[in-house]
Design a protein. Structure first.
Length: 314
């Protein structure tokens, strides 16, 4: 599991210090976290800065040794001084060669991840737009059931024939994707026997719902949210939990609001898996997303298990 990085997405100075250390053999274990979807763009940007600085430093070194050679030929530098500078230059060149080999290896990895991420984002955006259009047409069809015009009927008939793209080229149609989307929009906790395996542990639909909510109210630029705001939204979306058997037991024991207990349990799990962190700043509790890519993977695994129509590039 990738370790949380000790800096945020706006702090490139701290990122550079951390990445430079990661280029040292004893710190190579940091790269899994540095190359995750939510961090790789910053990592690539900082690696390019390191590369530019290295190139600039190399230019200065070469200019310095060329100057030393001219000064030696002109009699302005002794043979001993020139030999010393040349030994220093050769020692630096050997170190620089090793450093550049490691740097460019990780730079190539980061560049590949960024390219794939951007490509996936474009593909996903197109699929999302197509599905949104199809769902809107289906909403219209359901709202006017029995009153459809010939144009309405023809439009839906045409959409039903369109294929739905998946990585395994399965014979799904857009209509199948609409049906799956209808199911996916419902609360995951309502799916019976819906446990899935995630990072070697079992996850409930309730935890998936909370992960969804966290993803909804945070983003890459603002990865943190107030715990109170999250709790309020969770209460609004889970009135059905108040009728659960556990709610009656909690009320009898005076253990506090049952929906809050369920939220806390899922947050504890997400934190134990390194996906979020819970902190308190000046009496305000915050939830910070540490690994957004893993939260998205959790949702994707759930959808693949229960609505297997969304497996592009799985």
């Amino acid at each position: 599991m990738p370790n949380p990085l000790p800096y945020d997405l706006t702090n490139d100075d701290a990122a550079e210090h951390y990445i430079r250390e990661a280029l040292i053999p004893s710190h190579r274990g940091r790269w899994d976290a540095l190359l995750t979807d939510d961090r790789v763009t910053q990592t690539y940007r900082v690696l390019k800065i390191i590369e530019a600085n290295a190139d600039h430093g190399a230019t200065l070194r070469r200019d310095k040794i060329k100057l030393a050679e001219r000064q030696h030929r002109a009699g302005l530098m002794t043979a001993v001084e020139h030999a010393t500078q040349y030994r220093d230059f050769n020692a630096w060149r050997e170190r620089a060669s090793l450093f550049n080999t490691v740097l460019h290896q990780h730079l190539a990895q980061a560049a590949d991840r960024v390219r794939k991420l951007h490509r996936d984002n474009v593909v996903e955006s197109l699929r999302h737009s197509l599905l949104a259009l199809a769902v809107a047409v289906d909403d219209h069809r359901q709202a006017h059931a029995g009153e459809e015009s010939l144009a309405d009927t023809a439009l839906w008939a045409r959409l039903q024939l369109l294929p739905w793209p998946t990585s395994d080229n399965a014979s799904y149609l857009l209509a199948d994707a609409v049906a799956a989307e209808r199911g996916r929009r419902g609360p995951a906790r309502h799916i019976e026997n819906g446990l899935i395996d995630f990072q070697g542990t079992y996850v409930t639909g309730e935890t998936v719902d909370i992960a969804d909510l966290i993803l909804e109210i945070t983003n890459h630029a603002q990865p943190a949210c107030d715990r109170a705001h999250l709790t309020e939204l969770w209460h609004q979306r889970t009135p059905d939990l108040l009728d659960a058997p556990g709610a009656k037991i909690a009320a009898t024991k005076g253990n506090g609001r049952y929906t809050t207990q369920r939220l806390s349990k899922s947050l504890t799990y997400l934190e134990s898996q390194g996906l979020i962190a819970r902190t308190t700043v000046q009496t305000k509790s915050k939830i910070t997303v540490i690994n957004r890519a893993a939260l998205l993977t959790l949702r994707r695994l759930w959808d693949t298990e229960h609505f297997p129509l969304d497996n592009v590039d799985e």
